[in-house]
Write a protein that binds this ligand. Sequence first.
Ligand SMILES: *Cc1c(COP(=O)(O)O)cnc(C)c1O
Length: 351
Amino acid sequence: MSSLHPLPDAIDLRSDTVTRPTPQMLEAMARAPLGDDGLDGDPTVRALEETAAQRFGKAAGLFVVSGTMGNLVAVLAHGRMPGEVLAEAGSHLLNAERAAAGLTGMHYRSLAGDGGLIALPALEAALDTAISARCPSAVVAVENTHNARGGTVAGPQALAAVHALACRHGVPVHTDGARLFNAAVALGLSCREMAAHTDSVTVCLSKGLSAPVGSVLMGPADFIARARTIRRMLGGTLRQAGVIAAAGLVALEHMVERLADDHARACRLHQGLRAIDPAWCAAELPQTNIVQVRVDTSAAEARLWQARLAQAGVLVRTGSAGLLRLVTHRHIDDAAVDSTLQAFARLQHPT
Ligand SMILES: *Cc1c(COP(=O)(O)O)cnc(C)c1O
């Protein structure tokens, strides 16, 4: 199979994580006031943590290197032993991060989904039987937008229902909001509204917002104080981290609203693909910036498509069997969408 190493001028639809820092970010990084984040603190990191927490309506924030670290720290800070992490079957936490069970010592339990959230009856049953099973529920995990479902958005009503049920059992809710900004923009709601029905939340600055590195975990002050200690134990205390937090501040202030452009281009890509082959995509438009293309029912065939597209200068990833996953972002303009559609058309109808 041909190498998938990015060509210099490739159209890179593998993920929005490939976005590079903006000139404004690089300038802010050069000018950022710095300190030692493990000693008396880095002022730029502090500014980022406070700005993010305020934006999401939480008491405190903690800068972490990645979404994965944010989720891991959150699970440990909410955690109890023995204890169970309840997550929806298709969630990133269960699928891409489940090896964390070995690190946390907690049991990760997969529950049936409904619209990307845990189905309420499944959640209720799990919470009800937790005590008799001698493995109390420690945290309920929510993912918004839902990555593996194609960037689908959960709205406030559904989120409130999950939160209310967890609250009744005294169990906190953590939201893996790697792309919560996309959800907020798609619904036209504020970050605060999107985070109103969760006790803690992780957001990624390094995805569609174009920051080079970084995520923020937010929640109650005592929870974040515990999380800060846990982050240190995981080796996550960074020293002059203001160098990267400065880019995160620019991301928060200036890069959220433009996500609407990525969503519009995902819709255009989706419609163009359906025009080539209606069987490729579901009729519903993508809700945010992820387009799923079912080229076949077999994983091998999807990998073949991936390789052929790479030869044509279009980089994509494969999802579950037969699925290609295309993510729009700041470096994908209208011309890149057109070129991508041309590449798909040529491969489907070779002359
Ligand atoms: C990307 C992603 C993560 C992990 O973020 P990293 O910064 O890559 O560790 C977690 N959850 C979801 C839903 C994601 O899309």
